[in-house]
Design a protein around this ligand. Sequence first.
Ligand code: DHB
Ligand code: FE
Length: 286
Amino acid sequence: MARIVGGITTSHIPAIGAALAKGLQDTPYWKPFFDGYAPVRRWLDEVKPDVAVVIYNDHGLSFFLDHIPTFAVGAAASYPNEDSGWGLEVLPQVHGDVELSWHLIDSLVADEFDITMCQEMLVDHAVTIPLNLMWPKGDWPPIVPVAINTVQHPLPAMARCLELGRSVGRALASYPQDLKVVVIGTGGLSHQLDGERAGFINKDFDTLCMDQLGADPEALTHYSIPQLVEFAGAQGVEFLNWMAMRGALTGRVSELHRNYHIPISNTAAATLLFENRPRPERRKAA
Ligand code: DHB
Ligand code: FE
């Protein structure tokens, strides 16, 4: 049986890629940010997940505004990266796990999530930056990419994304192969890249989101998409990816680590690490 060992959330700001390429990790601007990933990497070194389900939003590389699926799942043996306009070095392709992808797709559709299935898919900074932060040596595990539309309104509701994650969690739990799976949600936290509120950051709301994500994600479903835009910023809606990650955790969830740092580029940068332990078997009544 596949086992979900934990969940990780992280920002995916393109400038992180440039900082990594230039070796700026220990400079005053970047150190408080990169230091936040050491505990995540230690945990990954210890647990050694076999595969990562990466829940993210595409920024116009695989899907442009004329064709945007609300939910899409990759089913490719590899996912090439391309420069998506941020001036980043093109990274090696990411390996896929085709069998696990189709299992996820089968389960999601049976569960009434009519996702778009992609046998070809490019991945942008929302996938490659998190992989590089977590496995900086490039020893990335195979992935199953799950893309949520956070770009073209109407966006799926918070509750729907939490449910999508729950469906992913059920799918993984029913996968017959013995695999350790980590689920990663990328993007966020609060940020707005353009318009009158460009540069908008909301620490109070971010803190509330991080606190509730572990303890009571259901409570966050009361925020509508317009409220999420208002409180998190037009691109802060990438928090939907975090909601789906949380939904996938099926066991007893404990927060092992968090880091929050303002700003990196235009964004409140954050990472969270959740452990997902199986629930103890219920004792039969005597
Ligand atoms: C930035 C943040 C993002 O999430 C993104 O996709 C692009 C840029 C930024 O803060 O620069
Ligand atoms: Fe983004």
